[in-house]
Design a protein around this ligand. Structure first.
Ligand SMILES: C[S@@+](CC[C@H](N)C(=O)[O-])C[C@H]1O[C@@H](n2cnc3c(N)ncnc32)[C@H](O)[C@@H]1O
Length: 270
């Protein structure tokens, strides 16, 4: 694994992130988390900058929002598409390295990033806490049972999905169960006023829309190719697995959801 490894990276990852990010949902989550006008906010692992932009709208007119991401191309895209005024900015940074040159913030937001760090997640939270002011708020958001809750899936397909999830944990440092860990991170770090909220993400039933079809196609293609999983349940391996998944997933009878867990807390004044 190279130093800049991001499991989902592909030529179409920017497009996938843009399409699947629902501004209304981001705003709802940010309001729940306590983002308010005038705050200085940092969006950790900001992707295309879309989440940063909608969070920034809640801090405007006199707040400041900074998005950071490890990938140069993604930061360039964010600057081109979402740097709409002087109070929003984007920088290339590795969240495993010191970040104190960015200044200090009233609010730290980390959504759909820690799941890529089965090992090392707590260290990242510790690191980003170094740029959170005492009394500031952190909000961690991740999926739980990622890609694993469906009805009524053929048995061999279900077996492959769980096999794939285990292989990703082992070989790609990915954690399909990150959501449930978030509370313990804030608890162990001594955060106060911790609150947790659980909702359904990817709530899919009836006709499959184009965005969900594209998102799940990419999730499986990209993650599976890097998982090292053999798909031995199928004679033709991945190709046959993928066809069976898309057939199942395209049926309006299928029911799919993923729990999304949000956890917020206040950094203690020492
Ligand atoms: C699934 S996207 C999440 C984007 C956005 N936070 C959201 O809620 O949609 C994960 C992002 O984390 C970034 N990332 C992965 N490892 C990173 C690291 N070590 N430092 C900074 N960003 C990283 C990836 O480049 C990617 O853009």
């Amino acid at each position: 694994m190279n130093d800049c490894f991001y499991l989902m990276e592909s030529e179409e990852e920017t497009l996938r992130l843009e399409l699947k990010t629902d501004p209304e949902h981001v705003e709802q989550q940010a309001r729940w988390a306590g983002v308010k006008q005038g705050m200085r906010v940092v969006d950790i692992g900001c992707g295309t900058g879309k989440t940063t932009y909608y969070i920034h709208k809640l801090t405007s007119p006199n707040g400041k929002t900074v998005g950071i991401d490890i990938l140069e191309d993604r930061v360039r895209y964010a600057l081109e598409h979402y740097k709409k005024d002087d109070n929003i900015d984007f920088f290339q940074r590795d969240i495993r390295k010191p970040l104190t040159d960015l200044g200090s913030f009233d609010f730290v937001w980390i959504r759909f990033v820690l799941e890529y760090f089965r090992l090392g997640g707590l260290d990242i939270v510790k690191n980003v806490c170094s740029i959170l002011k005492p009394g500031g708020i952190i909000c961690l958001i991740d999926l739980d049972h990622n890609c694993l809750c469906h009805f009524e899936m053929p048995e061999r397909l279900e077996k492959s999905m769980f096999g794939l999830a285990s292989a990703l944990r082992k070989n790609a440092n990915f954690d399909p169960y990150m959501g449930r860990k978030l509370y313990s991170y804030l608890y162990d770090l001594g955060f106060q006023e911790i609150e947790v909220n659980v909702e359904a993400h990817n709530l899919i039933y009836g006709e499959l829309n184009k965005i969900d079809a594209f998102n799940w196609k990419k999730k499986l293609e990209v993650a599976a190719s890097r998982s090292g999983y053999g798909f031995n349940e199928y004679k033709a391996g991945f190709v046959e697995f993928f066809d069976e998944f898309m057939q199942f997933f395209s049926s309006p009878k299928r029911f799919t959801y993923t729990p999304v867990i949000m956890c917020k807390g206040r950094k203690p004044h020492k």
